[in-house]
Design a protein around this ligand. Structure first.
Ligand code: PGA
Length: 262
């Protein structure tokens, strides 16, 4: 299903969320391999990697001068001070982060992160000059109880209500929790309808253009079906971004789509 020609896109994002799949040595090895492969680039494709906090600086050092941007997987909402175990958006900014994931479903549902905590983290990122990539998405339970729309609208409201963007950027990642690997990938019709709903809902709170990217079992084989949809401004693969054999074909495939439609 193709809703649009890819050239109608201005910018798309391809962000690899490495979660806690790789230790320090494995993260450095993967990033070194990525730098050794002659990856294609395209001015409209923004590539980003989100390593774990222990690996962040080492990955940054290997990546220096590359086309990849770096992101944090999570941030604390305070700045500097007596906050044992926390890493603030400000510290990540100092260390070279451009982006930060906020409110990933694994943070929300495994570590009980509330909408209120997510909002504080969004504000902390904006204050620190980091672009928050705010994850929203319904669980299977929400879906079964016909609460998908309610859940998404509430998560969006909690992020945007009264939020001053003032020319600052923010990205939303729609990640249906049931589609996260090894879950069932979302079918393109549902992804398209949900992205439409999310864009319409965000427009109630801000005039700023907010990209909405898709995540949930994205790989080289299915990425085109998502990027061809109206309202899908990029993808956030997790599992498929953690191995050279699956990440490189994914990057090559995405950039190939743009090269084929210059
Ligand atoms: P997945 O992860 O690609 O492994 O499903 C996506 C995510 O949770 O960010």
């Amino acid at each position: 299903m193709k809703d649009k020609h890819l050239t109608t896109l201005r910018m798309i994002y391809l962000f690899g969320n490495w979660k806690m799949y790789l230790d320090l040595e494995e993260s450095v090895a993967l990033v070194t391999e990525l730098c050794n492969v002659k990856l294609p680039t395209h001015e409209y494709v923004t590539l980003g990697i989100f390593p774990n906090p222990l690996a962040f600086v080492s990955v940054r050092n290997v990546f220096k001068g590359s086309t990849f941007f770096l992101g944090a997987q999570n941030v604390g909402w305070t700045s500097k001070g007596a906050y044992t175990g926390s890493i603030s958006a400000e510290l990540y900014k100092n260390a070279g982060a451009t982006y930060a994931l906020v409110g990933h479903s694994e943070r929300r549902y495994i570590f009980n992160e509330t909408n209120e905590a997510v909002r504080k983290k969004v504000e902390a990122c904006l204050d620190a000059g980091i672009i928050p990539v705010v994850c929203i998405g319904e669980t299977q339970k929400d879906k079964d109880a016909n609460k998908k729309e309610y859940r998404l609208k509430k998560q969006i409201m909690k992020v945007f209500e009264g939020l001053s963007l003032d020319r600052k950027e923010i990205i939303i990642a729609y990640e249906p929790v049931w589609a996260i690997w090894p879950g069932t990938p979302c079918n393109p019709e549902e992804a398209r309808d949900t992205h439409e709903l999310i864009h319409a809902e965000i427009a109630k709170y801000t005039d700023t253009k907010v990209p909405v990217i898709y995540g949930g079992s994205v790989n080289a084989e299915n990425v085109e079906q998502y990027l061809s949809l109206n309202g899908v401004d990029g993808v956030l693969p997790g599992h498929a971004s953690t191995k050279i054999d699956t990440f490189v074909p994914l990057i090559e495939h995405v950039i190939g789509l743009f090269r084929a439609n210059p």
